[in-house]
Design a protein around this ligand. Structure first.
Ligand code: CUA
Length: 373
């Protein structure tokens, strides 16, 4: 009796633990898991989620019925010591027809919505109201171009809420995979042909994305952010990015055509302290930073002008306001930006950016300068 009681207690304990686990997992909210696909915030992600739920529903029904029948048979027909030999049978056509027909029916219930969803995801939205974005994968960062707006940026994709965004994707080097769990599904990106993806964000927010195809040593640090904004905020963003066509720190007053011309001329010739001072009033650190940006060769790879997609490195227009640096790897704080500028090969080994021997003071100036952009 004692022995049976012990076994019953351990069984009840295990059952309680399992119930608690189910409750904890079941009540988990979206926020602690921003890369979860289970809380879609876009039409594309919602379609995929619905398909998942349909499949899960059928799988649950099958599981409960099959395991229920199994348990029933095990207990109901279990052997007892003085039972006679059971009746021996071989095959039963009716049973075989039933257990072939039912799975076929279940598969059809899953296959039809699956195929329908696949076709819907490949039905690329068209029209002037669709925001076109070109996505270019690089080891290990993402480039985004807005052909309709004439803008280029990197690692942070701003989109307006409620407007469909159509992505045309390609890579400069190896295979990558573009994935925004909450807004759209995952799609591979190839070097020799373009693939497409589209989504419409339903509410404002920051949605993390991630490369989902192993692409080299820093694959895990090839992340990006999608910033979904109210349409008027998005327009402000676009205006600010277009204003980066004007070199050096943006002035506080609206830029007139003549100022733009003056600054463009100033940028074409090597910048000296006097030309800079004549163009805009900036503090000494920022001014030193702008010179270092050229002298150290940063300018060779990075453009600070969102309207010019030049440079082999990420376009840095708007870098001062981005949430992350180094493709989603570090929060965009002054300390992290300085560390990244000084020791790229330590922070993210294998990237194209070399260690340039930037001193602490120089890094501080470069950070001050980049914060103006
Ligand atoms: Cu790019 Cu993994």
């Amino acid at each position: 009796m004692d022995h049976r009681l012990k076994r019953w207690r351990s069984f009840a304990g295990a059952l309680l633990l399992l119930t608690l686990l189910v409750v904890v997992v079941g009540t988990a909210q979206a926020d602690p898991y921003p890369q979860s696909t289970l809380h879609p915030k876009g039409d594309f992600a919602r379609m995929v989620d619905e398909l998942f739920r349909t499949t899960l529903l059928w799988a649950t029904i099958v599981f409960v019925l099959v395991e229920g029948a199994l348990l029933f048979v095990i207990f109901k027909f279990r052997g007892k010591p003085d039972d006679p030999e059971p009746k021996q049978v071989h095959g039963n056509t009716m049973v075989e027809v039933i257990w072939t027909a039912i799975p076929a029916l279940v598969l059809a219930m899953i296959a039809v919505p699956t195929v329908r969803t696949i076709f819907r995801t490949y039905d690329i939205p068209k029209g002037a109201e669709v925001l076109q974005v070109e996505v270019i994968g690089h080891q290990w960062w993402w480039e985004f171009r807005y052909p309709q707006l004439g803008l280029t940026t990197a690692n942070e994709l701003h989109v307006p809420v409620g407007r469909t965004v159509a992505l045309k994707m390609i890579t400069q080097d190896v295979l990558h995979s573009f994935w925004i769990p909450q807004l759209a599904a995952k799609r591979d990106v190839f070097p020799n042909r373009s693939t497409t993806l589209w989504f419409k964000a339903e509410e404002p927010g920051d949605y993390p994305g991630q490369c989902a195809e192993f692409c080299g040593i820093q694959h895990g640090r090839m992340a990006f952010q999608v910033i979904a904004q109210a349409p008027d905020e998005f327009d402000v963003y676009v205006g600010r990015m277009q204003a980066t066509a004007v070199p050096v720190a943006a002035p506080a007053t609206p830029v007139s055509d003549s100022t733009v011309a003056r600054k463009t001329a100033a940028a074409a010739t090597p910048l000296t302290t006097s030309t800079l001072a004549a163009t805009v009033s900036v503090d000494a650190d920022t001014m030193a930073g702008s010179q270092l940006f050229m002298m150290k060769g940063c300018i060779g790879c990075h453009s600070l002008n969102a309207t010019k997609p030049m440079g082999i490195g990420p376009n840095l227009a708007g870098i001062g306001r981005r949430l992350y640096i180094a493709a989603g790897w570090l929060e965009n704080t002054d300390a992290n930006l300085a560390k990244w500028i000084q020791h790229p090969q330590t922070v993210k080994h294998g990237v194209l950016m070399p260690d340039l021997g930037v001193t602490d003071a120089e890094a501080q100036s470069l950070v001050a300068y980049l914060r103006q952009h």
